[in-house]
Write a protein that binds this ligand. Sequence first.
Ligand code: AMP
Ligand code: MG
Length: 333
Amino acid sequence: MRTEILPLGSDSLARAKELLLAGELVAFPTETVYGLGADARSDAAVENIYRVKGRPSDNPLIVHVHKDYDLSLLVEDDRSYAAKLREAFLPGPLTLVYKSRGRVSAKVSCGLDTLAVRVPSHPSAQEFLKYVGIPVAAPSANISKHVSPVSAQHVYDDLHGKIPLILDGGACSGGIESTVCDVTGDYPVVLRQGLVSREMIESVTGKCGLYVPKAGEQVRSPGMKYKHYAPACRTCLFEADEIGKALTCFYRNRDAGMRVLILCEEAAADNFPSDSVLRLGNTAEEMAANLYALLRDAETKADMLIAVKPHARGGVMDGVLNRLCKACAGEEK
Ligand code: AMP
Ligand code: MG
């Protein structure tokens, strides 16, 4: 299959709609990462997503709709605090998990009685969703467990030959996946951290939980149990105060003939040889925006990536750290 990359316009939108209604997949930009979209109402189309990505069949998908879409068509038992969250943060990088009305393919939620819905703020995503008019099921447009794509080229690198169309809306500004928040209970519970932080949600609703899976328990957000976001090169991860150890690791591996790069916050960059440093930036928002492009850059240039955690904690930084740890943890130093 030939994969076309087309800028968003009347011709490409018409083609995208035609493909989606025929059960095919279309990648599209959002303010977080690129999504791999399918008609959420069609079992066959949704199955295509799992097949093309190699995604585990128990990892549910988020349904994307435009800002004027009537949510009550898809979900029920809407809580009053959920309306406040929509008012405060949508359109934007916040996915809300509601009780489902069962109007989309059961494969979207992998048999759960809930449905995750997102209204992206990216103008091209809005234009695309408005034009096609249907609920679009979309995970990130990467091969399962690889780093999420933040440009049309990243999508192409992972999925060319497997999907017919990528709508190009330039680089994503947000950079990490949406916050996922369960709104089925008496108060909201964050299932996945992201650019809308737990603190931001709490400031609107007064209370907000954070779901931390316990060993042996059935997880509430199945996607969280998988290792994600990993670059193709070897990785290892050091704490913010382990600069000395990170340097030792750098020289040991470089002297053994490896191409080694270091990923760290701006404030730590001067500790390392400047031609070997990938700079995440200063603020949590900058780091979120830069992280995935740097991970994808690293895997093409290095045999090994040494990541050093930033110092700050809380707010958006928790989402950045979650992704950094999932991408780079798990190997012996
Ligand atoms: P991705 O689209 O790859 O960013 O992953 C979607 C995330 O949303 C995963 O972590 C899923 O576990 C989570 N998710 C999707 N639908 C639901 C749902 N109905 N209940 C809980 N979590 C969900
Ligand atoms: Mg994903």
